[in-house]
Design a protein around this ligand. Structure first.
Ligand code: PEP
Ligand code: MG
Length: 539
């Protein structure tokens, strides 16, 4: 059975299918000891409070947004979580030395079984609700963030409805051979992650994914954009041949890895890497990165259950700065919201998260997140050529406010006698508003970097993750090109650098257009660097 979708990350792979469990969490231990009973009863109580708190907040958010009916479901779930009968059944099991997570799942199953046999359809459906709620309490007890992806212990092809960055962040290195998702486009985060990890991916295969979930083996061609369930021997042989050919193609580009790319007219174009963690720095240098055009710091925040401290951030930024030496490293401040949730930060659910509280908006409202990041960057700047960039800027006021916070952090560190370095400030041009106001923004910025992924989505009003809008998910559109031109003209007039760090920067067919429009730097997934240098050299 063959499924077609969007080829999101080149390469072919064949391997066992892995379908992340959507069922509840697995208890890590079944039993506890006598001495643990009191503490475990307390932990259970706290887990119920935490889950009920989250549920009622979600309900309130929905009500405020006018979705009263959905909010009612959450109210009902809160009642279930706080049900005294459920609590006493679980507590009794804990007193009988069952672990609280095993106990709450077992009681949940008992309740669900009672509901499931009821005649009325409405009541029978409550079985799922009770499983959902007790599953959440168990997950809370096991530790936030426990996810099915940690269970991936054999290299496999991952099949999933969608993959959030926090999901991919949890997959252990080497365990994902390929990704196949029902949702997504070339610029959704699963695609970006797949490209930088060098993992073949087919996204946006649609509901057909259901039909291959039971497959034992899955083959993926992330270049052509298809997946085959239980491929026959001939298909596997053909894919192996293709894999060999691809490796040869890549080897042929090797000579471009470390060239400094210029056009035939002598226009020098810097080719840099997009990275998501300090551990990618060395790899990026190997591919020939002349700097980091975009360090997405949100992955630093998402791979874990608590926020990273200022010192941890300092270490991560310093590691990249040191690895790159004099080469520039552009670090983007936290850009969560939209499709990037952050465990540990209270992001109320929003009707339109892509038009919501994200990027610089969230940072400016959350100094406890923003300031430690800026302090860490100022300190790390002493170890290399760091620059800071603000995401989702829509007007000069936001840039001024962000720079003012940076200035305060600088003063604070100076008065503490802490060593800091120079830190140039730049803006991501990824809202149409920023492109239109590029002239004003340029007066207060040391550089621009155009985020075509979001710029396309906001200009063309086309959700970057919606597989049905493929036609519009394209930077090669007159409206987008006009905004890029306007941005480049403003930057060139002000004498500042203008890069592109959206996915278009690594697409060989877009590179000539971007260079022609006046872009001076291209930043992309590291494995795309040699091909991009070749494309520039041929202009
Ligand atoms: C962009 O929007 O083009 C971009 C590079 O940022 P992200 O993909 O992280 O939203
Ligand atoms: Mg963006």
């Amino acid at each position: 059975m063959k499924l077609t979708g969007i080829g999101a990350s080149d390469g072919v792979a064949v391997g066992p299918a892995f379908v992340p469990a959507t069922a509840g969490p697995e208890p890590e231990r079944d039993r506890i000891t006598e001495d643990e009973v009191e503490a475990e009863l307390q932990r259970f109580k706290e887990a119920v409070e935490a889950v009920a708190g989250n549920l009622s907040e979600t309900g309130d958010g929905l009500r405020a947004a006018g979705s009263g009916e959905e909010a009612g479901i959450f109210d009902f779930h809160v009642e279930m979580a706080e049900d005294p009968e459920l609590a006493s059944a679980v507590e009794e099991r804990i007193r009988n030395l069952e672990s609280p997570e095993a106990a709450v799942l077992a009681v949940g199953e008992e309740y669900a079984a009672e509901y499931a046999v009821m005649d009325e359809e409405y009541l029978a459906a409550r079985a799922d609700d009770v499983r959902d709620v007790t599953g959440q309490i168990a997950a809370q007890l096991i530790g936030r963030g426990a996810s099915a992806f940690e269970a991936l212990k054999t290299p496999s092809v991952v099949l999933s409805q969608s993959l959030a960055p926090s999901d991919t962040a949890r997959i252990q290195k080497g365990m994902a051979l390929g990704f196949v998702t029902a949702e997504g486009s070339r610029t959704s985060h699963v695609s970006i992650m797949a490209r930088s990890m060098g993992i073949p991916a087919v996204v946006g295969v649609g509901p057909g994914l259901e039909d291959i979930l039971a497959a034992k083996t899955v083959a993926v061609d992330g270049g052509e954009g298809y997946a085959i369930a239980d491929p026959d021997a001939d298909t596997v042989a053909e894919l192996e041949r293709m894999s060999g050919a691809l490796a040869e193609e890549r080897a042929a580009l090797d000579e471009y890895r470390h060239v400094e790319a210029s056009t035939s007219e002598g226009r020098r174009i810097e080719v840099a890497a997009n990275i998501g963690s300090a551990s990618e720095a060395e790899d990026a240098l190997q591919w020939g990165a002349e700097g980091v055009g975009l360090f997405r710091t949100e992955f630093l925040f998402m791979e874990r259950d608590e926020l990273p401290s200022e010192d941890e951030q300092y270490e991560a930024y310093s590691a990249v700065a040191r690895a790159f030496g004099e080469k520039p490293v552009i670090v983007r401040t936290l850009d969560v919201g939209g499709d990037k949730d952050l465990p540990g930060v209270d992001q109320a659910s929003e009707e339109n998260p892509f038009l919501g509280w994200r990027g610089i908006r969230m940072s400016l409202d959350t100094p406890e997140l923003f300031e430690p990041q800026l302090r860490a960057l100022l300190r790390a700047a002493a170890n290399g050529n760091l620059k800071v960039m603000f995401p989702m800027v829509a007007d000069v006021g936001e840039l001024e406010a962000a720079k003012e916070t940076l200035q305060e952090c600088r003063r604070e560190l100076e008065s503490e006698g802490v060593e800091i370095g120079d830190l140039e400030t730049g803006v991501m041009i990824e809202t149409p508003a920023a492109a239109v106001c590029a002239g004003q923004l340029a007066e207060e910025s040391a550089f621009f970097s155009i985020g075509t992924n979001d710029l396309v989505q906001y200009t063309l009003a086309a959700d970057r993750g919606n597989e049905r809008l493929r036609r519009l998910q394209n930077a090669d559109h007159p409206a987008v090109l006009a905004l890029i031109r306007q941005t480049c003209e403003a930057a060139n007039a002000a004498g500042i650098q203008v890069g592109v760090c959206g996915e278009a920067a690594g697409e060989p067919e877009m590179i000539p257009k971007l260079v022609e429009l006046g872009v001076t730097e291209l930043s992309m997934a590291a494995p795309q660097i040699p091909g991009a240098k070749k494309a520039v050299s041929e202009l």
